[in-house]
Design a protein around this ligand. Sequence first.
Ligand code: UDX
Ligand code: ADP
Length: 463
Amino acid sequence: MEITKICCIGAGYVGGPTMAVIAQKCPHIQVTVVDLNEQRIKDWNDPNTDNIPIYEPGLAEIVAEARGRNLFFSTEVEKAIDEAQIIFISVNTPTKTYGKGKGMAADLKYIELCARQIAKVAKQNKIVVEKSTLPVRTAEAIKSILDNTGNGVQFQILSNPEFLAEGTAVTDLLNPDRILIGGDTTHEGETAINALVNVYANWVNRDKILTTNVWSSELSKLTANAFLAQRISSINAMSELCEKTGADVNEVAKAIGMDSRIGPKFLKASVGFGGSCFQKDILNLVYIAKTYGLNEVADYWEQVIIMNDHQKRRFSNKIVQTLYNTVADKKITFLGWAFKKDTNDTRESAAIYVADDLINEQAKISVYDPKVSRNKMLSDLDYLGTRTSDENINSLTIFEDAYDACKGSHAIAVLTEWDEFTTYDWQKIYESMHKPAFVFDGRNILDAKKLESIGFVYKGIGS
Ligand code: UDX
Ligand code: ADP
């Protein structure tokens, strides 16, 4: 089957960049990304590609090249579904906030809605691809909806999880470690798998394209994220021990990372991991394990989240304790709000929780982040529901300039590892602050010795 038309439902952090790269690399395929959110589509169509809704290095250039040629952003969901041979589902699957599995299971209402819409509209056979991370056996649920409510057309469901990391989405998409495609082992299933393999083979070496059954593919995505998050919680656990024993977690990470069996990546101790995937996927894994009565398995993985929550709280506690056990009315400046550098995404960012803790202690928080908007920061805090919007507005001041944000503050907390923070004139910042001036480096990116020689009291993670 020669694929000439693809549609992607969901123009978010996964759907947008992934489809932009497919369109760039496959000029013979028309790629249409649809979303219910009109503003989001309007932003993707902004003539100035610097204004597209997702910031990722290199993405604006790719959108500029492909948009209008074979890449389209639209709110006409049904038209795009009708025309496409392959439909990617890239909608959000947040953790459930109600009912059975509340706080753990993935909320599949958006996925189900997509499946029902596809079933309603499709008049020809289609390949439906799960791109969003989903609990194991979701494909089965999608298939059941499609087969029982559709117009008698044949659907093949594939699982093709996306492994891109935000901030490096474009390079990850252009040079993936692997592409994973799970599908039915029937003849029709294999034909569908091949059709998708051929799309990726336009730029990815076939050796790197793995095909499996659907369940293995779905579970591999959850497992990969759980292992990555586990490494961070493991090194963060060690960071607390380092602080008590006089060891330095950076030195420990380097020493163990040189063991080729362990490897050097993902060993940076931090204020705690954030992002839309790690916590959600582990909770999902825990929920699935519990559903099958595998309580030890569930408890094992849940500990990764418990450790991460502890690390965030430990960071805010340390700020309060160090500032003589009170931060009431003290100005504390956050450098960074995004959950990692090079993204404007703030989902589950440690900054939100640390800010919440410190505001509970009546601190006044100033924030500078090069890519996150004021409204986003305030809505992140509002979403927690700890206090009213007006109270949040009174407690959080957002600056466009880092030096202005730091002026007159008692302490600086580095929440995101933006490169620019390391290039600042720290002498100038020191002079503008209350003394003693504290720096809490939640990312261990600043030069401790240099800051101490200026006069700062420097506190990193795990040293
Ligand atoms: C992750 C996976 O890496 C990716 O494969 C999957 O598709 C989606 O989830 P992402 O959440 O975008 O990607 O970013 P990632 O680079 O994994 O970082 C997640 C969090 O862990 C960030 O808050 C980051 O700052 C933190 N982190 C990462 C650490 O604290 N220490 C590290 O060593 C690495
Ligand atoms: P992710 O990080 O998984 O890409 P996002 O929240 O960034 O998640 O993006 C998901 C997008 O999916 C949102 O823009 C949302 O509006 C869109 N969406 C959710 N349900 C539907 C639907 N039924 N039809 C079209 N778009 C949808």
